[in-house]
Unconditional design. Structure first.
Lengths: 635, 147
């Protein structure tokens, strides 16, 4: 009985499938694709027979995409074209198609498609089935948009490394027909064992057509790298498989990589972040002394420059007190959270084109996220110390982030909208070297956005006039009241470093980052010296903003906590949404290039006039009462 | 891509090592103090009456309301960011697409702002100064640096 049922079902299925096949009469025939190698802007011809001339065809590439160093990926890519004659359909190979094949952005790579192509013409009359056919064994080689030089170099190096690993030395010159010529094979190497010989022409690796060394990265999906090659003058392609078990994930290479990352991190934190934070404490105290006409940081070293180091040593020698009563684990954890939060934001700090630890794709969003970790540290530290001043400080820190992060994040979103990317490097690239090309002077709205971001960032890093979490006149040392010694040191270490982060990020978002005025980014990229100049330009901009932060701190009285929260929610949030709306309008109804330049130059001119007027006023104020020379900030 | 995030991990690791390393060095560098040295912040002050009290105080519940509003807006911002990223590309494609995206975003933001206006009208954003215990109503400027 069961068997009969099975047989019946089988018959039904085969009947149904044969009906389906009959439904689309195969009137047309597809033979091949030409050319086999394309890039955006090219025209691909599908060759065949009996195409309805002038009709629009829908096509689907169904198969596998092979890219250097990536696992093969199955894909179904739709395309459209017109039958220009009975024997060919032409497809405009658009950028969109190129992206579907090669991937988007930095990940875009040379791709070989391998699979089938289904061509179908919609029916002439409604209700009739579409006419379709399939080309099996279709291949298409797609070139990506030219990648950045750094990306290309990295791929080339990786390719060379892969070949060297297998024991293949490629020839310096590549043949005009593409592929890689083997100059020599190391005796006894993996390639030698697989039977690859000198003067072989390698044509493909793991089904990816080889056109340059950058393609010679094994897909890594298997333990074998499959080469096809031509030998001598014979046109036949031979297949050779090279064992590459430990090419990927071999412990030494990965360990070197990890060590390198740790070294980079240590270099940035120890040789840049620590001295910057230290120097900043010294600068701030010296400036405070001058602006307030009193002695400041005047004990150690020439120009008292050793003061901050003396402070550090003093803290190191202090007794380590952990309050015995309360949550001592949380108490110990807090400085870690604060310091890790600040250090981690240095990952995306763009000192120069290549002087960036990692240009994360979520860039600026990442900065917002990790700097919030600082607040978690402050709150938990304040809570765990268990005294009223500490908890007050911790709660105020939370109150600040709760109020200021929203307008700050929307201000950042405005800039993201103007550039269309979250990557800091792309945001910098969207600006120019001259001030009127910066987002700061792009239009009045972006200038207001900068002020908004700067103000909220001041609050986020607990700087005056928002230094409520550590307001000594009301809450002793705020969240840090319970801390002494090294733990205390790291709180303030982190705070000063955080001020630098804030200024550096603002300089990247609004002031063109490392771009040197009058130089194209390409020209700057070409020369190592110019890149260093770029890094100095970036630091100069960041320190300009730091000076502004110090100046604000020394001149503005502190705001009360509820005033600050009300200010953020009642003024800044609506303002931020208004700025978002106006920026969105600017993006959609973007004025012409000339109009933008005129507006930028105009904004900058207005700014310069205001600055000159301000300087004049300061001079007047200094001269009018014949003030003591000690008060003169220009000395 | 993963290397980029490995860098993040490396930075966090180095930062944590630096803190614990400094604590360790400090332990060896500093001398042993007599056991009478203070064991908690309550012991530090010379004048016991001015020493800080334990953290037992009430604060304005509206502080929490603000925190709720914050959570709503923070999530909303997280929704705005993807739109911000693609808007330029859409606007470049055709102005109609850009305008449609704009209208959708503003409908979204409009609802949020209505909520904010309601909270404001209700007085939920008027946190009392006591948010943070016995803070005297003072605006005395900072006169000393914290370090």
């Amino acid at each position: 009985m069961r068997l009969a049922l099975h047989v019946f079902a089988l018959v039904l299925v085969s009947l149904a499938s044969s009906c389906a096949r009959d439904a689309g009469p195969q009137l047309i025939e597809v033979l091949d694709l030409a050319p086999h190698e394309v890039e955006a802007g090219d025209r691909v011809e599908v060759l065949g027979a009996s195409f309805p001339q002038g009709k629009h065809a829908k096509m689907t590439f169904r198969g596998t995409l092979h890219r250097p160093g990536e696992k093969p990926e199955s894909a179904e890519i739709p395309a459209e074209g017109d039958a220009t004659s009975a024997t060919q359909i032409s497809i405009d190979f658009t950028e969109g198609l190129q992206q579907l094949f090669c991937g988007v952005g930095e990940g875009a790579a040379h791709t070989t498609f391998d699979g089938e192509l289904e061509v179908s013409f919609p029916a002439a009359t409604a209700g009739a089935p579409a006419v379709s056919t399939t080309l099996h064994a279709a291949t298409l080689d797609v070139r990506p948009p030219t990648p950045r030089r750094a990306v290309l170099d990295a791929r080339r190096t990786e390719g060379e490394r892969a070949l060297a690993y297998m024991g293949i030395r490629p020839a310096k010159t590549s043949p005009p027909s593409g592929g890689i010529v083997v100059e020599s094979v190391e005796p006894g190497s993996r390639a030698d064992k697989a039977g690859i010989q000198a003067n072989d022409l390698l044509t493909s690796l793991d089904k990816l057509r080889l056109t340059s060394l950058a393609d010679a990265i094994p897909a890594g999906a298997q333990l074998l790298a499959t080469f096809t090659l031509r030998r001598g003058t014979s046109p036949a392609e031979i297949t050779r498989e090279v064992h590459i078990e430990s090419y990927r994930g071999s412990p030494p290479a990965d360990l070197y990589g990890a060590a390198l990352l740790i070294a980079i991190a240590a270099a940035v934190i120890i040789f840049f972040m620590a001295p910057t934070a230290g120097a900043l404490t010294w600068v701030e105290r010296r400036v405070a002394g001058r602006m307030r006409s009193r002695a400041r940081a005047n004990e150690a070293g020439r120009r008292r420059a050793l003061t901050w180091r003396a402070d550090g040593i003093k803290m190191l020698l202090e007794k380590d007190v952990v309050p015995s009563a309360r949550d001592s684990r949380l108490f110990r954890l807090a400085p870690y959270l604060v310091f890790i939060g600040v250090s981690a934001s240095f990952v995306v700090m763009p000192f120069g084109q290549y002087l960036i630890a990692a240009d994360l794709d979520v860039g600026i969003l990442y900065v917002l996220a990790v700097t919030s970790l600082v607040t978690v540290g402050l709150l938990s530290g304040g809570w765990a110390a268990d005294n009223e001043y500490s908890l007050t400080g911790g709660i105020r820190a939370a109150g600040q982030i709760v109020s200021c992060q929203v307008p700050g994040a929307i201000a950042v979103a405005c800039i993201v909208m103007m550039t269309g990317s979250l990557r800091l490097q792309e945001i910098i690239h969207a600006q120019g070297g001259w001030p009127w090309e910066w987002f700061l002077f792009k239009n009045p709205v972006t200038f207001a956005t900068f002020c908004l971001l700067f103000t909220t960032a001041l609050a986020q890093v607990n700087r005056a006039p928002f230094e409520l979490p550590e307001a000594e006149s009301e809450a002793a040392a705020g969240y840090a009241t319970g801390y002494v010694g090294v733990r205390y040191l790291f709180f303030f270490f982190a705070e000063w470093a955080n001020v630098f982060v804030m200024c550096g990020i603002a300089a990247a978002l609004f002031m063109g980052g490392w771009q040197v005025p009058g130089l194209s980014t390409g020209a700057q990229e070409a020369h190592f010296g110019l890149q260093l100049v770029g890094a100095l330009v970036f630091l100069a901009k960041a320190w300009m903003l730091l000076a502004l932060v110090i100046w604000i701190r020394l001149t503005w009285p502190r705001v009360r906590v509820e005033r600050m929260m009300a200010l953020c929610w009642k003024r800044f949030v609506p303002m931020a949404f208004a700025a978002f709306a106006l920026c969105a309008g600017w993006v959609v109804w973007s004025p012409g290039r000339t109009a933008q330049t005129v507006m930028g130059v105009g904004m900058f001119a207005v700014f310069c006039v205001a600055l000159a007027r301000f300087a004049q006023r300061v001079r007047y104020n200094l001269h009018a009462p014949q003030a003591d020379a000690r008060l003169n900030p220009f000395l | 891509m993963l290397t980029a995030y490995a860098t993040v991990l490396a930075f966090m690791l180095v930062a944590a090592t630096l803190v614990s390393g400094s604590l360790l060095v400090a332990r060896f560098v500093r001398g042993r103090r007599p056991p009478t040295a203070p064991e908690s912040t309550q012991d530090v002050s010379d004048a016991p009456e001015s020493a800080p009290h334990p953290a037992r105080f009430n604060f304005d519940p509206r502080f929490c309301l603000v925190a709720f509003v914050f959570v709503v807006f923070d999530v909303a911002v997280a929704f705005l960011v993807p739109v911000a990223v693609v808007l330029k590309r859409w606007a470049a494609e055709s102005r109609g697409t850009g305008v449609r995206a704009l209208i959708e975003v503003f409908a979204f933001a409009g609802v949020l702002l209505l909520g904010l206006a309601y909270a404001r009208k209700n007085g939920d954003l008027e946190v009392e100064a006591t948010a943070g215990g016995a803070s005297p109503p003072t605006t005395v400027p900072s006169d000393d640096d914290p370090a």
